[in-house]
Design a binder for this molecule. Structure first.
Ligand code: BGC
Length: 460
């Protein structure tokens, strides 16, 4: 009756509207839903976390120095360097159409200014294999690790890093640009610089806000030069389909009690950890306290807005000036993952909506996933986050892709091999891979571009 009175599209719109009210109210409702046919699903990884076999990078040295919490190492990791084909088979089983991978700079330029053609040929071969398998690569140039020669020259504190990165970009794109149209210049500059230059827990182990800001300026400049270079090289090759962006790690910051002071502190934290990078890397603007003006010119230095979303922080006031008077904690009684990060799917909605309203550019969710060694809540995690994606699309937000972090358990930086983020489980003694239950759910999601009633019945 209802359906005869209203057109089907209107009914669907109405139901989705009602559903969104329930989601907002936090009421548990598990529904089937469908995403647009052209939406793209995939997984994401980073070279250092999976490849193994390279001693020429900052993380190899960091692990050798005994900084990894569980005393594991990145020297073997998943041995992906030797198992590319096996891992592409896994992606095929997961029905992934896109894959975000990174290149190890230290392999490609093992000595300053000297490029290794074998390494770049290996990556070219891997990329061709992916394309043959119907999987489109999104290639990241920098994902937290540096060649040792670069690290020893001061890493990202050295202003020369900007031209080093530009030269590396030019080499890589001239070799791979024929096959790769989608690029991420830098992964999560904020996370890399906060943990490595302020907290001192990652290489190069610095603990200075001044260094953080210096590194931020250099990374912003490096991104802009790299963005321009990728376009320049590919345009000369005759391509017009180049897409370049940054994978920004973005969090929600919410005030603990909702006071005006806490709201101010949320804004400050957002400014210092996110906004300085966003303004710098999207339009070339250096803002206080990184700098001022547009040193490389005002422009548009992104073709998609990449979002890595994991969690939110709750902010309150502290007298501690070294924390800039903002104490961050996890929301009381909230569900958390194995690393204690709050599971907060609505955050994905809030972040995507905020930056889409501001930039009106395509959004790629370049990372989203969770640490769950028992695979106890990952399926639900994926469901909840994709439901938010559906909600965004229904509201006209142009989210085009979702890259799940991560394909398979891997070297989770200082947490080592014991933190498990994979939809594929890895036995690090035998290196055997096995698709988890959540991976089977993900495979069906990627295949149908939908959560069906059968999937809810079977997995949720
Ligand atoms: C990073 C990944 C990391 C993941 C989970 C992101 O910050 O880009 O390399 O493994 O989060 O911690």
């Amino acid at each position: 009756m209802f359906q005869t009175l209203m057109p089907r599209t209107l009914v669907l719109k109405y139901l989705s509207y009602i559903n969104n009210i329930f989601i907002t109210l936090g009421v548990e409702l598990m529904n089937s839903f469908k995403l647009p046919e052209n939406f793209m699903f995939g997984t994401a990884t980073a070279s250092l976390q999976i490849e193994g076999g390279d001693k020429n990078n900052s993380w190899y040295r960091w692990a050798e120095q005994g900084h990894i919490k569980d005393n594991t190492h990145c020297i073997v990791a998943n041995d992906h360097w030797n198992r590319v084909e096996e891992d592409i088979e896994l992606m095929k089983k997961l029905n992934c159409r896109v894959y975000r991978m990174s290149l190890e700079w230290s392999r490609i330029e093992p000595e300053k200014g000297k490029f290794n053609s074998e390494a770049i040929e290996h990556y070219k071969w891997e990329i061709q294999k992916l394309i043959e398998a119907g999987i489109n690569p999104l290639v990241t140039l920098h994902h937290f690790s540096n060649p040792l020669w670069m690290e020893d020259e001061g890493a990202w504190l050295n202003a020369e890093a900007v031209s080093y990165f530009e030269r590396y970009t030019e080499y890589v794109v001239s070799k791979l640009g024929e096959h790769v149209c989608d690029w991420v210049t830098i992964n999560e500059p904020n996370v890399y610089l906060l943990i490595g230059y302020v907290f001192g827990e990652w290489p190069p182990g610095k603990t200075s806000i001044k260094d953080y800001l210096k590194g931020a300026k250099n990374m912003i400049m490096a991104h802009i030069k790299s963005y321009n270079k990728i376009h320049e090289v590919r345009t000369k090759m005759g391509f017009r389909d180049t897409m370049v962006g940054v994978a920004f790690h973005l969090r929600v910051y919410d005030p603990k009690h909702g006071t005006a002071l806490e709201k101010r502190l949320c804004k400050n934290t957002d400014h210092l950890t996110q906004e300085i990078f966003i303004q710098g890397m999207t339009e070339g603007k250096l803002v206080f306290p990184v700098g001022s003006g547009y040193p490389l010119g005002k422009g548009k230095y992104f073709d998609f807005f990449g979002i890595n979303y994991y969690t939110r922080d709750i902010i309150s006031f502290t007298l501690n000036p070294s924390q800039l008077f903002a104490k961050t904690e996890v929301k009381e009684d909230a569900p958390v993952n194995d690393l204690g990060w709050e599971l907060y799917p609505e955050g994905l909605y809030r972040i995507c909506k905020k930056y889409y309203d501001r930039f009106k550019q395509p959004i790629y969710i370049t990372e989203n996933g969770t640490c769950d060694s028992k695979d106890a809540f990952r399926t639900r995690y994926i469901y909840d986050h994709i439901q938010q994606v559906k909600r965004l699309i229904d509201e006209g937000v142009d989210v085009q892709r979702y890259y799940h972090w991560t394909l398979m358990d891997n070297f989770e930086w200082i947490e080592g091999l014991s933190a498990r983020f994979g939809v594929v489980e890895v036995n690090f003694d035998t290196l055997e891979r096995k698709i988890r239950k959540s991976g089977q759910f993900y495979a069906e999601l990627c295949k149908h571009k939908a959560v069906t009633d059968e999937m809810i019945e079977k997995y949720l």
